[in-house]
Design a protein around this ligand. Structure first.
Ligand SMILES: Nc1ncnc2c1ncn2[C@@H]1O[C@H](COP(=O)(O)O)[C@@H](O)[C@H]1OP(=O)(O)O
Ligand SMILES: [Mg+2]
Ligand SMILES: [Mg+2]
Ligand SMILES: [Mg+2]
Length: 409
């Protein structure tokens, strides 16, 4: 029989039904993929939820993978600098320290974001102007950036390959200049949070978060010096004499999908585990975390708040957003950060990832007035004052103690 004379009636029924089924399935798949893409572009969470076909398929799967791999790769560089005696430390205009580790990690992470999401904005802590006039420092960073490769070709390919030249590296650092705001997709990046801890041999974190229309949707924290074991409880020495030997954890969260921890590796991503905050039956037994640096939060107020709650255990002093990660996995319970100075505005990159990870692990994060942290106001949390993070069930009780101590000052 000639093909041109083939009639539908001549095709065997089972074959016809099978062809129709394949056609219907492929049309549905294309339609669903297009709808997901459209909803992402328009930031329509309701459509996105509807089109997510399986509960294990994340709404921000690609963003999460890139963010985790980029942070993991950057920790290869920061770990190397952590072990160097000389860390290329300089002072910024606000007198805070910055090292070759901070610049190198920012260059690596921004390069990965630029390759995967060329239209997204980035709010990064560092900028390259000082490096452009200090060529020896820039050269040292370039050596480190070239050496920081994941030992997994597929992972490197996912990240879009290495930084191409020293000039590109400087340009990438400067791509973190966005002013932030309430519209669109904006990444918040702190390449080394807790630089003072990093220099002292304490805890530090590589922090990255994606905000969409001012809301944090994806958060990743790389903490090379925290124990891998989620159940390792913090003691008062946890923030001191830290090392990455046998340690290193990568925390992550996607809005509405929970929080996860996995060991940091030198290659691809390790298997992750869901993490939860600890359920506190008796607040007097809670472990509370605070900054090491007395200039960053009020140790005096925090002591009074703990006393008011009946907590007699000494606080755990620890640098960086490692505090958020630690309470999110129940290694500690509370994180208090009460302002020392009225004029200091917290930076979004110091809180975005940690805020989401704690909330997704069953916690509540507000400022000292009980307001949610507002990441939509630009590079700083200008509408907030301090941070109070606690398991949901006891947050109101903790906040009451905060208000009572601050109100009586
Ligand atoms: N006066 C301050 N109050 C609160 N945080 C501060 C203050 N000065 C600096 N910081 C920030 O605290 C963060 C470290 O927090 P922690 O003490 O919990 O480790 C750093 O990112 C640092 O920002 P930066 O160094 O970028 O200026
Ligand atoms: Mg920081
Ligand atoms: Mg920093
Ligand atoms: Mg800094």
């Amino acid at each position: 029989m000639k093909l041109s004379t083939l009639k539908i009636a001549d095709i065997p029924r089972p074959l016809l039904l099978l062809s129709l089924l394949i056609l219907a399935l492929s049309t549905l798949t294309t339609f669903t993929a297009r709808l997901t893409q459209l909803s992402r572009q328009l930031s329509l969470p309701s459509i996105r939820r509807f089109t997510t076909t399986s509960p294990t398929m994340s709404s921000y799967a690609k963003e999460l993978e890139i963010a985790q791999l980029a942070v993991q790769r950057a920790t290869l560089l920061t770990k190397k600098v952590f072990h160097e005696k000389v860390k290329g430390t300089t002072d910024k205009s606000d007198k805070s320290p910055v090292t070759i580790g901070d610049y190198g990690a920012q260059a690596l992470i921004i390069t990965a974001i630029r390759r995967a999401f060329p239209h997204d904005e980035i709010v990064g802590e560092e900028e390259a102007s000082d490096l452009r006039s200090k060529s020896s420092l820039s050269g040292q960073i370039w050596q480190l950036v070239q050496a920081a490769r994941l030992e997994d070709d597929k992972a490197e390919e996912t990240l879009g390959g290495p930084v191409k030249s020293e000039d590109e590296m400087l340009d990438m650092i400067d791509e973190g200049r966005s002013g932030g705001g309430a519209k669109g997709r904006i990444w918040a990046l702190d390449p080394i949070d807790g630089t003072k801890g990093f220099l002292r041999g304490g805890q530090y974190a590589v922090c990255l978060a994606l905000m969409v229309d001012g809301d944090v949707k994806v958060g990743v924290l790389g903490c090379p010096n925290l124990p891998i074991d989620d159940s390792a409880q913090l003691d008062e020495k946890a923030g001191e004499d830290a090392t990455d030997e046998g340690n290193g954890v990568l925390f992550s969260a996607v809005a509405g999908e929970g929080a996860t921890s996995r060991p940091l590796t030198r290659g691809g991503l390790a298997e992750g585990k869901t993490i939860h905050m600890r359920e506190i039956e008796d607040i007097t037994q809670a472990t509370f975390c605070e900054s090491v640096e007395a200039a960053h939060s009020s140790h005096g107020d925090q002591f009074e708040i703990a006393k008011k709650l009946g907590i007699s255990k000494k606080s755990v002093r620890m640098d960086s957003q490692a505090k958020y990660g630690s309470i999110a996995r129940g290694a500690g319970d509370l994180y208090l950060r009460l302002p020392v100075r009225k004029d200091y505005q917290e930076k979004i990159w110091d809180h975005a990832a940690g805020d989401l990870i704690v909330r997704e692990a069953g916690g509540e994060v507000t400022d000292a007035n009980g307001k949610r942290l507002d990441f939509s106001k630009g590079r700083t949390l200008s509408e907030n004052s301090g941070v109070v993070a606690a398991p949901k069930a006891v947050h109101a009780q903790v906040l009451e103690a905060v208000k009572s101590v601050l109100g009586s000052k």
